[in-house]
Design a protein around this ligand. Structure first.
Ligand SMILES: [Zn+2]
Ligand SMILES: [Zn+2]
Length: 365
């Protein structure tokens, strides 16, 4: 099998070739066809997340060992299954929930692997989908995507379920009440699509990049704001009484600072983005105005299945994706890091043999 791996933190991905593994009793081996590229792949490659105040969450200190094959939006065709696997069909295409828990703790037993204290995500703590093959530890992580476009389906495993889970935290749409989406990259655009599918009709898209705001406008939001020039005053002007919810796909000190001046009493602010930094919150205002500040991280298999059903039934139209060959994994990360990407990149990992690697082969050094 072939893969593109982080071999040294912060350095370009390297092409690797190794023996294709055989599945253990409960495992399923996929021949991958697609894998989405996520902005968190950029953070994982650099080896840390910025927690604010100069504090870094260093992956090596959290037990992540190199090399790491990135990629946590994998789609593939079942090629081999272990002796104990039931109900999985060889030759069928599945999307994989990459958020793998221990399988034993209360969160895992509820099916919420994403809240498992020992979660070992694909593409970070275990091999991911920037590869030709992927081993899935159990059939419960496979999601049937028959009837929907597999390249677009890839985004549901991270971007889709992350947006969906955050949207579920703001509750159902409320008449004449406004929700703001902060950050209109890949995640923000899919959130706008899901909000609309769930009946939200008053959406304000915010970004600092006019190109991204144009994409949000095309996705059908009612207002766009460029946060370089506009802020709480405009949010209050549009919403009259303040927003009832904000979903922050940036996660910076600047975006979180919009919460208290822009929300109405009882409003909810859901922090999703991993840009990094810290926020100072006036606690009295938080209490007196009943503001909820919440975090949201990825989601679970059941939520991915619900999303697939929304797409299959025609209620949810996913943003289009740009597919690139697997060999462009490194270039794709660089483009994402530089903010040059509109929408979602999906690597085409299957079919034809992978083109010659664009980065040096490890064995050649
Ligand atoms: Zn992701
Ligand atoms: Zn667990």
């Amino acid at each position: 099998m072939q893969s593109y791996d982080v071999v040294e933190w912060g350095k370009p991905l390297q092409f690797a070739m190794r023996e294709t593994p055989e599945p253990g009793p409960f495992e399923i081996r996929l021949r991958l066809t697609y894998c989405g590229v996520c902005h968190s792949d950029v953070h994982i490659r650099q080896g840390y997340f910025d927690m604010g105040g100069g504090v870094k969450s260093v992956l090596a200190e959290r037990g992540v060992r190199l090399p790491v094959t990135l990629g946590h939006e994998p789609v593939g065709i079942v090629e081999a299954v272990g002796s104990e696997v039931a109900g999985v069909h060889v030759g069928k295409t599945y999307l994989v929930n990459p958020w793998i828990g221990c399988g034993k703790c209360p969160a895992c037993l509820r099916g919420q692997d994403n809240l498992c204290p020992a979660m070992a995500a694909m593409g970070m703590a275990r091999p991911g989908g920037f590869a030709t093959h992927l081993m899935v530890p159990h059939a419960r992580y496979l999601v049937d995507i028959e009837g929907i476009d597999p390249a677009q389906a890839a985004m549901l495993a991270c971007a889709g379920v992350t947006a969906y889970s955050a949207i579920q935290k703001i509750g159902p749409p409320q008449a004449d009440q406004w929700v703001a989406v902060l950050g209109c990259g890949g995640l923000g655009l899919i959130a706008i699509a899901i909000l609309k599918a769930l009946g939200h009709q008053h959406i304000i898209a915010c970004d600092i990049d006019d190109t991204k705001l144009e994409a949000a406008q095309a996705a059908g939001v009612q207002h766009v704001l460029n946060l370089k020039k506009q802020g709480p005053a405009q949010l209050l002007e549009i919403s009259k009484v303040g927003l009832y919810a904000m979903i922050d796909f940036v996660g910076s000190p600047a975006t979180s600072a919009l919460a208290l001046p822009s929300l109405q009493k009882g409003g909810r602010f859901v922090s999703v983005g991993l840009f990094g930094g810290a926020a100072t919150v006036p606690l009295v205002a938080l209490a007196m105005r009943e503001i909820s500040l919440m975090g949201s991280a990825v989601g679970c298999t059941a939520q991915i299945r619900e999303l697939v059903e929304l797409v299959r039934s025609g209620v949810l139209t996913l943003p289009s994706v740009q597919t690139r060959p697997l060999a462009q994994a490194e270039q794709s990360l660089q483009d994402l890091e530089a903010g040059r990407v509109i929408g979602r990149i999906v690597l085409d990992t299957g079919g034809e043999p992978t083109p010659a690697p664009s980065v040096p082969d490890q064995s050649a050094q």
